[in-house]
Design a protein around this ligand. Structure first.
Ligand code: IMP
Length: 415
């Protein structure tokens, strides 16, 4: 039996979709889990010409033979969940809802939360967080206020759900000052009815479920959401999300007993990006940043916003690797540096000025490589130094968006 957490060590968007898909294939994984957050995430999976951006479902949904779990730490917008499932079905021919389990305690996120998110952001003006406007903050606020609706309530008759919903409307008006349009309300009620129908028998007691899973010695992969630096308790507050997006948060959100954790894989890119407001320590000249943004497709998969691109802050990433008990790293999107003459890595600050190490770029393209021996020497020098700076071995190099563009070095490290 094993429990692996895939933990983004930065501000999200480091390629968790890709690595999660790779580690959630049925030959190596029995259960694929999302534990916290909601539709703010956008995990992209590319197989050949098929491209899927998942917001709620974990990556295992593109495979048959893998159980899917949505944990108790999540806030789930039902239409987004059904949309993910329909898209996975269209593109990969899987039927995710037929092997999905949702924790009874998982909270339902409504249009009311989205409206409240937008209203709160507007009221904050220049101090806005730059949220994805997916309703995340208000949904977790309602959870903390103990007025939220949990998945277990879907077992009630529709009439009873409508009564609870009517009370929520009053609460949203009084607390966030939002009044929903008829269309938004009809959408929420329809989602509840659809949820009742489609999720019948899928809402479960996770403790019972994990007991069975562990008895069968199954392999569990928890796909982290967002990243360590966006966690609610991170020093970057208030420019963070509203859940604990750390390994501890993911374990709690998954409802897995802490001592069952076996492996933490920390993900980062060869450079840093951030979307939404809030500072970054490193810089990059605007021309290079624009090139990297374009080549790397650094636009939010939930909002389409351009992500700010800077050189990797390796000093900070090393601290996150330590904090998150990372066993090994996945460094993704190094191929985006193809064609760059010079690459930099941030190694610290001196009197407020970022300090960098400089590397020669590689002349040959590494895009799509799956074999380490084919890597140019300069790419090897770059990766080797990253291992030193980050204090962890790198088990995976990502060489492109495609699911097969990965260099898996685990066998090498096993010897
Ligand atoms: P929220 O989670 O929508 O409330 O947004 C809070 C902050 O987290 C904003 O800066 C968002 O841009 C950022 N954020 C939330 N989810 C993601 C994600 O999956 N990737 C990158 N940034 C995210």
């Amino acid at each position: 039996m094993s429990v692996t957490v895939i933990q983004d060590l930065r501000w999200g968007d480091t390629g968790k979709g890709k690595i999660s898909e790779y580690l959630s294939r049925p030959d190596v994984c029995d259960v694929s889990v999302r534990a916290v957050g909601g539709g703010n995430a956008g995990h992209v999976i590319v197989v050949g010409t098929r491209k899927l951006a998942l917001h709620i479902l974990p990556a295992g949904c593109v495979h048959e033979g893998v159980d899917l779990v949505l944990g108790r730490g999540m806030v789930t917008h039902l239409p987004t969940l059904f949309d993910d499932a329909a898209k996975a079905n269209d593109l990969f021919g899987t039927d995710p809802l037929s092997h999905l389990l949702i924790a009874e305690e998982n909270h339902i996120l409504f249009n009311g939360h989205k409206a409240a998110d937008a209203a709160l952001e507007e009221r904050k003006g220049a101090g806005a967080v730059g949220t994805t406007k997916s309703g995340i903050g208000p949904a977790y606020a309602d959870k903390a206020l103990r007025v939220g609706m949990r998945m277990e309530e879907l077992r009630k008759p529709v009439a009873a759900l409508k009564d609870v919903y009517a009370k929520l409307l009053l609460h949203w008006a009084a607390t966030y000052g939002v009044a929903l349009t008829d269309e938004e309300q009809v959408g929420d009620i329809a989602a509840l009815a659809e949820g009742k129908e489609k999720l019948e028998g899928r809402i479960c007691n996770l403790t019972e479920y994990w007991k069975g899973t562990f008895a069968r010695r199954e392999r569990v992969v928890v796909e982290g959401a967002q990243g360590s630096l966006l966690s609610i308790d991170n020093s970057g507050y208030p420019y963070v999300t509203s859940s604990s997006t750390t390994v501890n948060g993911h374990m709690q959100g998954a409802g897995i007993p802490p001592k069952e954790l076996t492996t933490v894989i920390g993900t980062l890119k060869a450079y840093d990006t951030r979307v939404g407001n809030g500072p970054m320590r490193m810089n990059m000249d605007p021309e290079t940043a624009a090139r990297i943004q374009k080549r790397g497709g650094e636009f939010g998969s939930t909002t389409g916003r351009g992500r700010t691109v800077n050189w990797l802050d390796a000093e900070d990433a090393a601290i996150r690797a330590l904090e998150e008990s990372v066993d090994s790293l996945a460094v993704l999107k190094a191929d985006v540096f193809d064609g760059e003459e010079e690459i930099r890595v941030g190694v610290g600050m001196d009197n407020g000025t970022p300090q960098y190490e400089h590397f020669y770029g590689w002349e040959e393209s590494i895009a799509g490589l799956d074999n380490e021996e084919a890597l140019p020497t300069r790419a090897n020098v770059f990766f080797k130094r990253l291992e030193e700076l980050l204090g962890r071995k790198i088990d995976f190099y990502g060489t492109g968006p495609e699911s097969k563009s990965i260099i898996d070095r685990r066998a090498k490290h096993a010897h």
